[in-house]
Ligand binder design. Structure first.
Ligand code: SF4
Length: 479
């Protein structure tokens, strides 16, 4: 049995999303509305809180609230956010730090009396050391607040110079949107662990966002990804770039498996096409005689169609997803938690009855969800359940912005595949190999972070005490 979790599990015990950011400069449209729609497209990256900061060139206004984008911003509040440049943020965090105070954008006043607003997707690994060097750093309750405090306290008179100097000091994964009264900046760590793209708005101006879906919803044209180690600035003079560090790309492999929307585009592929390839490769690596391939919606959907096409086994929807179940700031009661997977998925008995099923899912993190799923499919009449996972076992925790679990909670950390199969109760269980997963991304293996699968952390983390102390991490883990 897996070790008892240090905190109560959320209703879905799989990997959590990261955060989503958007930054916009537009000469002649109310920017708050554009940020709002951009955040809508990024809602899957964080459902606990949402915030927008705007500037009219003179003053920064910030609004943030707990809950989904649709709950956080009332029309009257958006109408009061007057400005032509702005940033937005949707947040996922650990339960303990899910507070209004930690919602982003974080805002600080500089020594010169100006304002700085900041939204962060990622996770820093040297916050303890950094917090000692910043006035008031000990009181910061998220790494994003600490970053904003570092920028505000920086002696440079230019936010751009302060950003470059600060980026050189911080360690970890960060895709940032930052603004003062006149300029919006996007910054990516030198490994480019978390995504960040730039686009051109149809009526002038530019947008920086976590995923291309935010550009699509605004009718913006994708220009390119922000390069690892690059700072981009957008203001009245247009778009400019500064390469502040030598790039050493290590893009998150798990974004392909689960986190990013299927319509997110990289230079090489869409997530949808990559997931279909994962399914096809899985069919080659782990074939099984069966009657039906069904996905675990939504992240298994594209891969299941790929598995079906490659194997010749028909494909059907066997599970209906309740699309309105997301994380909120209200921790569900014990009785609701016990409903487990039934809150989220409902089986179609007439599709499943008597069938030998191939069930395609994206990952197994703690194993509890998969166990409930297999039991539910059997109760619905499935003759056999063969679980196929489009990634290798998750054996190590993530320190770069995806909240999976502690090492002790990860079922893959110390069990064989046969032991995991036994725990989840499937007739057979197979994981996609790491090489096949990498192939499906169309990127060279050396340019990807694969640490949760193979333990090779591209950015050193401060050892196992950080694993054990994930719930405390000086309360600085934010996104
Ligand atoms: S450890 Fe895993 S989830 Fe975290 S950044 Fe690396 S590949 Fe992504």
């Amino acid at each position: 049995m897996p070790a008892r979790p240090a905190r109560p599990p959320a209703p879905d015990s799989g990997a959590r999303d990261a955060c989503g950011v958007v930054g916009i400069y537009t000469p002649d449209e109310p920017v708050a509305k554009l940020c709002y729609y951009g955040l809508y497209a990024l809602q899957h990256r964080g459902q606990e809180s949402a915030g927008i900061a705007v500037s009219d060139g003179h003053h920064i206004l910030v609004t943030k609230e707990m809950g989904l984008v649709s709950q956080a911003f009332k029309a009257s509040r958006l109408a009061g956010l007057d400005g032509h440049l702005g940033i937005g943020h949707v947040r996922y965090s650990t339960t303990g730090s899910s507070t209004w105070h930690n919602a982003q954008p974080s805002f600080k006043v500089t020594g010169q009396g100006g304002g700085i607003a900041l939204g962060h997707n990622g996770n820093l690994v040297n916050t303890v050391e950094l917090s000692r060097d910043v006035p008031g750093g000990d009181n910061c309750t998220s790494d994003s607040e600490l970053l904003a405090a570092m920028l505000a306290a920086h002696p440079s008179r230019s936010l751009e110079d302060a950003l470059v100097a600060t980026s050189e000091r911080i360690r970890g994964a960060f895709s940032l949107v930052v603004m003062d009264e006149r300029t919006v900046y996007g910054v990516r760590d030198r490994h480019g662990v978390r995504p960040l793209v730039i686009g051109r708005l149809p009526h002038g101006g530019s947008v920086i966002a976590s995923e291309t879906a935010a550009l699509d919803i605004l009718g913006a044209e994708l220009l390119r990804e922000v390069r690892p180690g690059e700072l981009v600035a957008i203001d009245e003079h247009g778009l400019r770039s500064r390469q502040w560090a030598e790039p050493s790309p290590r893009f998150c492999l798990f974004e392909y498996v689960y986190v990013a929307r299927p319509d997110h585009r990289t230079q090489e592929t869409t997530m949808y096409a990559a997931r279909r390839r994962m399914g096809a490769l899985l069919a080659k690596e782990a074939p099984v005689p069966a009657d039906l391939v069904i996905p675990v919606p939504d992240s298994g959907t594209a891969a299941a169609s790929g598995y079906s096409e490659a194997s010749g086994i028909p494909h059907a929807e066997g599970l209906v997803k309740n699309r309105y179940v997301g994380r909120t700031f209200i921790e569900p009661s014990q009785s609701l938690r016990e409903l487990g997977i039934r809150l989220k998925l409902n089986p179609l008995r007439d599709v499943l009855e008597g069938q030998r099923l191939v069930v395609v899912d994206d990952s197994i993190v703690r194993g509890n969800t998969s166990r409930q799923l297999v039991a539910m499919l059997r109760e619905s009449g499935a003759a056999e359940v063969h679980l196929r996972i489009t990634a290798p076992p998750v054996r190590n925790p993530c320190f770069y912005g995806i909240d999976m679990a502690t090492r002790a909670e990860l079922i893959g950390s110390d069990r064989t595949i046969e032991e995991i199969r036994e725990f989840v109760g499937a007739d057979s269980l197979a994981f996609l190999s790491l090489d096949a997963l990498v192939d499906s991304t169309r990127r060279p293996k050396g340019t990807l972070c694969r640490a949760c699968f193979d333990g090779e952390y591209p950015i050193p983390v401060p050892g196992e005490h950080a694993v054990a102390g994930k719930d405390v991490l000086v309360q600085l883990r934010s996104s």
